[in-house]
Design a protein around this ligand. Structure first.
Ligand SMILES: [Zn+2]
Length: 407
């Protein structure tokens, strides 16, 4: 019989926006994962630790070295269960959790919906490596800054009255500033030349802070973003003028629907997404890396349309004994996320879930009893937990754990 709890080896990638060396939580957790020969180089940025079975950076079973997906394929009934396999019509884990350590803005991006993703994958499988959509959540482990969705139309309309931004407004204007108008504005911001963007950023910085009303962070963020990329990066104007700027604390989470515009700016987060790696980039990256503006604009969604709508607040998770687990449940079918915090000496039992789970320890030490075995828990330990397994946690020193699962 296959063991239903498998400790995993996971790996970390090195995009330039990641935090440097051991400042990167992704790298630190990865280096503490047993069984990897991963050593932190202090001169390298480390961006994302991936947990799961996406082929680009898959996880391996610690004990045997097997690719996790191979084990799952061999024992899908025991590990994934019939319900989940039927729901998704395959036995792959339908989600992909990651730890991200962000020092600089990630590209301004959206993840295409299913029908566009399928078309793009068929046309260009090297860039679009799967036919799936990729709605995602980002859960802050500490201070986290992000641009996410659009501001309310009234706020954008107010900012667009600033003289330097007039150039992005259409010649013929409808009486109301609606989503069609916003689409036009975003498109003209993305199409503007380097010189135009630089000039407009300079002009915005010369305005008195009061001119920005509630959005007085804008003149402070222009030089910060300019330092990271370029004063002429089109993403700066789009993000600052049209998007929600969120400053989140540990435990806060946002949900990004398919086709939702977003760019993460700084912090350490747990991210989880539908099993996909498709992305369209338009800013905070060199021009050569940008996808077609027309394509980007054609699939833009206008949800969320204010900061509050972007938030995904947790709820108590009912299926545990001691109330130490919360659930983040985005409006999508591929996964939910559990967050557990146990103080020194505390314990918790989570009832058997109806599908596969992936759990990471982000803080503390303790033990996990599951499937008739006791496992040591420590920072950076990652486990696959098959369907139908009750799990008993005990903390020797304050434990923090995140578990993605599907049923
Ligand atoms: Zn994203």
């Amino acid at each position: 019989m296959v063991p239903k709890v498998l400790q995993l080896k996971c790996y970390c990638n090195q995009y330039p926006w990641g935090k440097q060396g051991s400042h990167s939580l992704a790298a630190t957790l990865c280096s503490k994962t047993p069984g990897t020969d991963f050593k932190i180089d202090e001169n390298t940025p480390y961006s994302e630790m991936w947990m799961g079975t996406y082929p680009e950076l898959p996880s391996y079973v610690l004990e045997t070295g097997e690719d996790l997906q191979d084990v799952i394929d061999k024992h899908s009934a025991e590990l994934v269960g019939g319900n989940v396999a039927k729901k998704f019509n395959h036995t792959k884990i339908p989600y992909l959790p990651k730890v991200l350590s962000i020092a600089e803005a990630l590209p301004l991006q959206l993840h295409p919906n299913k029908s566009l993703a399928a078309k793009l994958h068929a046309r260009n499988p090297d860039q679009f490596t799967d036919p799936n959509h990729k709605p995602e959540i980002a859960l802050a482990l500490g201070d986290f800054e992000a641009f996410c969705g659009f501001k309310p139309l009234t706020d954008i309309e107010r900012l667009m009255k600033l003289p330097p931004l007039q150039a992005f407004m259409p010649q013929i204007r409808k009486p109301d500033f609606d989503d069609q108008m916003l689409k036009y504005v975003v498109k003209s911001m993305l199409e503007a030349s380097d010189e135009a963007i630089e000039k407009i950023n300079d002009a915005l910085m010369k305005l008195p802070k009061e001119a920005f009303g509630a959005d007085s962070y804008i003149p402070d963020l222009i030089p910060r973003l300019a330092k990271q990329y370029d004063k002429c990066d089109n993403g700066t104007v789009v993000a600052l003028v049209t998007m929600n700027y969120l400053q989140l604390n540990a435990g806060d989470s946002i949900y990004i629907p398919a086709d939702g515009i977003h760019a993460y700016l700084s912090g350490d987060i747990i991210e989880c997404m539908a099993r996909s790696n498709n992305v369209l980039n338009t800013g905070f990256c060199p021009r050569a890396d940008r996808d077609s503006i027309d394509m980007f604009i054609s699939c833009l969604t206008f949800t969320p349309h204010d900061a509050k709508e972007a938030m995904l607040p947790p709820k108590p998770f009912e299926r545990c004994k001691n109330g130490k687990v919360k659930i983040y449940a985005p409006p999508m079918s591929e996964f939910n996320m559990l967050a557990a915090e146990l103080g020194d000496g505390e314990s918790e039992t989570v009832e058997a879930l109806g599908g596969p789970a992936i759990m990471i320890v982000t803080r503390g030490e303790g033990t996990m009893k599951a499937d008739g075995k006791e496992h040591k828990l420590s920072e950076g330990y990652v486990f696959f937990i098959g369907q139908g397994v009750e799990v008993e946690y005990k903390a020797s020193s304050g434990l923090q754990m995140f578990t993605a699962f599907v049923e």
